[in-house]
Design a protein around this ligand. Sequence first.
Ligand code: 5GP
Ligand code: MN
Length: 353
Amino acid sequence: INLIPERERIKMLNFKEVKAELNTPKKIVIIPHKTPDADALGSSLGLRGYLIKKGHHVQVISPTDYPKFLNWMEGNETVRIYNSDHNKECSRKIENADIVFCLDFNNLARIDELGLLVEKSAAKKFLIDHHLDPTCFADFSLISTDASATAELIYEFIVKMGDRELIDKPIAECLYAGIMTDTGQFKHNNTHQNVHYVTANLMELGADTPRVASLIYDTNSYDRLKFLGFALSQRLKYLPEYHTAYIAINADDLEKFNSKTGDTEGLVNYALSLDGVVLGVLISERGGEIKLSMRSKGDFSVNEFARKHFNGGGHKNAAGGSSDVSFEETVSSFEEIIKTYKEELNQIADAYK
Ligand code: 5GP
Ligand code: MN
């Protein structure tokens, strides 16, 4: 049986053309969004595994570093991180590439300086993504906002290329990691029928799903667990009249707990898990940047909220953004902005009872 619905996205890519492009060995660069998560990195390394089997020369370049709990993915040790010691090598590879794949983002601003290099490169650009409101910078786009994860689209891409049998255990596990995390372990409302269908296929192709879950969720450091306790007991703020809860973590907090990239991941979900809360936000200050991570329930669109107030975007119920003013000013302006949404938040919370 083939349950994969012929959605709009399949029509967007002309597979005849894509097959012709990938028919002969090419120099390919794959780029995930900055601070890649399991979906961005898993999609990149999963696609890398596949393209190598097709005989291509592949380099994954990440705009920044990423959490240690992703280091188990096959090919991790080959990833080049721009912004570390590899800027020249990365620039050269992007400049000389035949093809650049952009995965799990839809706007070149999401890859910082690499955006300019990609724009300038003569390479053909492929975009595979599931975020709302894409910008059009690619020659080939495989976009579906109803895909749970970019990894789900990568699976479909490989299948449509006629190469399902090239998906081995390491590739299947990279893709499974993206789907498992972007669906909140199959809990969010993006967990449609096709997610389980693709997952079943990845299991058949060798993905050891409990192993992947354990590698991602059960590898906390002692410092990180202590930090979680601190964040919940000291930094969680509940605004019941706005059905909102937020956690604000400044640079000192992170330093005190020796926090690493990725240690704040998942924190925002605790804010949203409070009974009655329909908007959960994490405000964090890391490396001189102030970043907001947002989650919502029901019809409150954090994509629009992030776009309007914090220079960001994402999905309806999961989005992010950043702020140019100080940490304290960001927190107080967030509290002010939220007041203007009182009625909307109350209506959504009522509908959720
Ligand atoms: P997270 O809160 O987990 O970092 O991100 C949630 C979702 O929003 C992800 O799909 C992510 O790609 C997107 N997102 C996070 N930060 C930003 C941002 O600054 N700009 C845009 N456009 N999207 C973001
Ligand atoms: Mn994703």
